[in-house]
Design a protein around this ligand. Structure first.
Ligand code: SAM
Length: 248
């Protein structure tokens, strides 16, 4: 189990279970959050390896603490699968313009981590850009809208983690990843239960609109709820496999 300090804190990154102090609210929250994220990444990476789901890990929104991407790195090593690559999509300049309907915690430019900081942190885990991970830098309206996954050398996704907070950021992500989804892909949303889990707001709103548009192309079967905030799904074909049909 790792306890990661936040960027800018002394000795970052830092791994020490004894750092957990249950009487310090900030430390306690971070510790509990990481414990549950670690569990989710263990499950998701084990599942895609066991089910032999080919393709890459894609994360949309990787700045802030670089927490989830480090779990992806950890479990891509512990649960390796042929040619699985890790991709980090982020502005590396924080959030774009937020609207008054977004959660008040989210502010334009917040959670910015530069691409150099990102590489440096992953370097502490002996990971190098080009060999162990890839970054796509820029706001999604420039890097995703009007672009096809092939332009980044992508042809299948095994695990997509969406952690870009805002409705307006989630819309282009879902549009972009649609052709990469396949039976067994894990699709997770870090902010599923933020904004009161209101289906008309945030990531849930983008998801619901996208589901209406993508119609019956595939199913999204609920998988694992992580922490108090996140939810994940597994992609499956819209029609059941033929052996199930005989059971009506
Ligand atoms: C909550 S942070 C990500 C946290 C990270 N997954 C972690 O575990 O520490 C949200 C990230 O989404 C990025 N982001 C949000 N909207 C974006 C957009 N439209 N284009 C590019 N990046 C965006 C921000 O730059 C920020 O790094």
């Amino acid at each position: 189990m790792f306890y990661y300090r936040k960027i800018g804190e002394k000795n970052f990154p830092f791994t020490d279970l004894h750092a957990h102090d249950p009487h310090n609210a900030k430390v306690h929250r971070e510790y509990e959050l990481q414990r549950r994220m670690d569990d989710f990444y263990y499950k998701a990476f084990s599942l895609i390896r066991y089910n032999r789901v080919p393709g890459d890990y894609l994360e949309f929104g990787c700045g802030s603490t670089i927490r989830s991407f480090r779990f992806a790195l950890k479990y891509s090593r512990l649960e390796p699968f042929e040619n699985r690559r890790l991709f980090a999509f982020d502005s590396f300049a924080g959030l774009p313009e937020v609207s008054s309907s977004d959660h008040e915690q989210w502010k334009t430019g917040s959670m910015a981590v530069s691409v150099d900081q990102f590489r440096e942190v992953l370097g502490h885990y002996d990971a190098k850009e080009g060999r162990d991970f890839h970054t796509v830098q820029g706001f999604f309206d420039k890097t995703l809208v009007g672009h096809k996954p092939e332009e980044y050398g992508l042809n299948a996704a095994a695990f997509v983690h969406v952690d870009c907070d805002l409705y307006s950021s989630t819309v282009p992500v879902l549009e972009f990843i649609t052709p990469l989804l396949q039976p067994g892909t894990v699709l997770s949303f870090d902010d599923w239960y933020c904004e009161n889990a209101d289906p008309r707001r945030g990531e849930q709103r983008a998801f619901n609109e996208w589901r209406k548009k993508s119609g019956k192309k595939f199913r999204l079967d609920p998988y694992h709820q992580f922490g108090w905030h996140g939810m994940s799904f597994i992609v499956n074909p819209a029609s059941p496999p033929s052996f199930l049909k005989s059971f009506g």
